[in-house]
Design a protein around this ligand. Sequence first.
Ligand SMILES: Nc1ncnc2c1ncn2[C@@H]1O[C@H](COP(=O)(O)OP(=O)(O)OP(=O)(O)O)[C@@H](O)[C@H]1O
Length: 278
Amino acid sequence: MNATDQTTLLPTVPAEAPAPSLATIEAHEITAWFGDRMVLDRVSLTMKPGAITALIGPSGCGKSTFLRILNRMHELVPSAQLAGEVRLDGEDIYDPSKRLIDARRAIGMVFQKPNPFPAMSIKENVLAGLRLTGTKASRSAKEELVETCLVKGGLWNEVKDRLDAPGGSLSGGQQQRLCIARSLAIKPRVLLMDEPCSALDPTSTRVIEETMVDLAKEVTIVIVTHNMQQAARVSSECAFFLASQGTPGVIVEHGDTAAMFQNPQDPRTSDYVNGRFG
Ligand SMILES: Nc1ncnc2c1ncn2[C@@H]1O[C@H](COP(=O)(O)OP(=O)(O)OP(=O)(O)O)[C@@H](O)[C@H]1O
């Protein structure tokens, strides 16, 4: 045990803390550009607390750009620009008085390709986010947190006896669940998932879908998926994006997933969810 572990008792992230109330994230009139090319045009969407909202639509219509705008990752691209507001429980995360790190802490992201730190242990991977956000916790709090997050990520039973093994020694599906556990360690209020299963086999995909449904009880989830069955299985809300003929992406239709799949209001939604294009 080192001195820091003995003396640092700052339960900023207590493992047993009650789940905070579920968050609402609202995009209001989002317009986005890369250079002088507009890729989203005044897109508004409310992602409801505790819901899994699926963003669907053909390739290139701006789903990933929209998702990245929700946690201020869009601004990392030098040519990227943005207009509009993203409100987390009513507060604009782009307000000049708001810190970037607070948005990233509150709104986590899981990417298409699992990206654990391969040489870092499973345990250290889960805790990595604490260091990045400057969050301190005692050793016992960290151990509890590792277990809690791996349980929530649906990975605990498979790795509990090898927490010191490198993250890179896990299968692709396990690595993705490790990334989910890592994002949960900083207790996000919203979890963004950009095609989280597209690199995985059907069994791993099902495990991650079950994990998502469990997680939705404590974190608001937004997922980009090309898989209509997946959108139908996991999401309660859905938004259909479209960018026709070189025009910027817009939301054609959004609402209850079952209604959108069974009784879409717009013929383009009907064509897309029934596999007639895209
Ligand atoms: N870093 C970038 N620089 C320039 N243009 C970009 C950049 N990222 C995305 N784009 C462009 O913005 C538009 C929207 O891309 P985006 O990745 O958001 O679409 P998408 O709907 O998520 O596509 P896919 O389903 O294929 O991932 C596309 O025309 C794309 O070429």
